[in-house]
Design a protein around this ligand. Structure first.
Ligand code: PHE
Length: 338
């Protein structure tokens, strides 16, 4: 009987040695140790064995099972190692790991957030309005008559419905005054659209930041002080700022604001960054007419407004020579702001 078990063991070990993958090894396991496996069937014979031989039979059965189980485990490990090596073939584990690229904020986002932060410290709250505007809020209410050149079809983008893409964020002034009463102190950053020829300093979509302050006794020095303070916070305390008389239909008097730009190796030059002025009483008049009250009584309240070009501020801050860089999303450009 012991010989029979010895030959089962020998056959089993050969079968295990011959197994070339996990499937055939599993087949060997079942063929020997499975319910109907060779060793299991031999073990079942123990009941027919004379009592005095039972112990020796049981012992050789156990030692065969142990030897076979160990061989199975050993072979399993060998096959696993072969499979692991095959999976890693061609992969160089000594190579450095791939760099993780975290993104960064766009320069326009950076400059907008910084502008908002400065103005919030001065008590300005954020306001908003639609980019698809009607002519009333973009022009009429801003004292810009139908024959004004800004309303030329070639100057902006009109929809068939008569609506248009706002040419400036000044429409938010109107919407804010229609829905709230003085004191009003708001800023409204956002996109504006014009049919400009695209070049290094013009895009058909650009970004403005509108400001409006309406209260009793708001004066021109308030306007000047606010904007000078803002620009010096933005570009440094010694920044030179100039107010040039200008015309806007909705402010009187009106100014354009220039900042003196000093680029290394170039002669200093003035660059325009904003339009501003004291709110024209005619604007209050049309808002009262819409509101059907006198919440903005031109006899009692005054105000100032300004509209800044955020793209310009970014270009000045970082010496960006071509505005198109701000919309091209070239990673080599954007990565510099990380
Ligand atoms: N809306 C004007 C522009 O786009 C700027 C401006 C805003 C001027 C507010 C005066 C007051 O050019």
């Amino acid at each position: 009987m012991n010989e029979q078990i010895a030959s089962i063991q020998t056959a089993a070990l050969e079968l295990i040695a011959a197994a070339s993958d996990e499937r055939s090894l599993d087949g060997a396991r079942i063929a020997v140790l499975g319910k109907k496996g060779t060793l299991s069937l031999a073990g079942a014979l123990i009941k027919d064995i004379p009592n005095e031989e039972k112990a020796a039979f049981g012992q050789s059965l156990n030692s065969a099972r142990t030897a076979i189980t160990e061989a199975l485990e050993g072979k399993q490990k060998t096959l696993q190692a072969i499979a692991d090596n095959a999976a890693l073939a061609g992969i160089d584990l000594t190579l450095p790991a791939r760099a993780l690229h975290t993104g960064s904020l766009h320069p326009l986002t950076l400059i907008r957030d910084e502008a908002i932060q400065i103005l919030r410290r001065m008590g300005f709250a954020l306001a908003d309005g639609p980019e698809i505007e009607d002519e009333y809020h973009c022009f009429d209410a801003l004292n810009t008559p139908a024959d004004h050149p800004a309303r030329n079809e070639k100057d902006t983008f009109y929809f068939d419905s008569g609506k248009l893409l706002r040419t400036h964020t000044s429409s938010v002034q109107i919407r804010t005054m229609e829905s709230s009463a003085p004191p009003i102190r708001i800023i409204a950053p956002g996109s504006a659209y014009r049919r400009d020829e695209i070049d290094a300093t013009h895009l058909s979509v650009f970004n403005q930041l509108e400001g409006l302050f309406v209260d009793t006794d708001v004066t021109l020095p308030d306007l000047k002080g606010t904007l000078e303070y803002f620009l010096r916070e933005m570009f440094g305390t010694s920044t030179e700022v100039r107010f040039r008389p200008h015309f806007f239909p909705f402010t009187e008097p009106s100014f354009e604001i220039d900042v003196k730009l000093q680029v290394k190796g170039q002669a200093p030059r003035w660059i325009e960054v904003a339009g501003c002025g004291m709110v024209d009483p005619a604007v209050f008049g049309s808002i009262n007419a819409t509101r059907k009250d006198k919440a903005l009584d031109p006899e009692k309240v005054t105000g100032f407004a300004f509209g800044m070009g955020l793209d310009r501020l970014a270009m000045i801050r970082w010496g960006i020579k071509d505005i198109r860089l701000l919309i091209e999303n070239d990673i080599r450009f954007l990565a510099q702001f990380a």
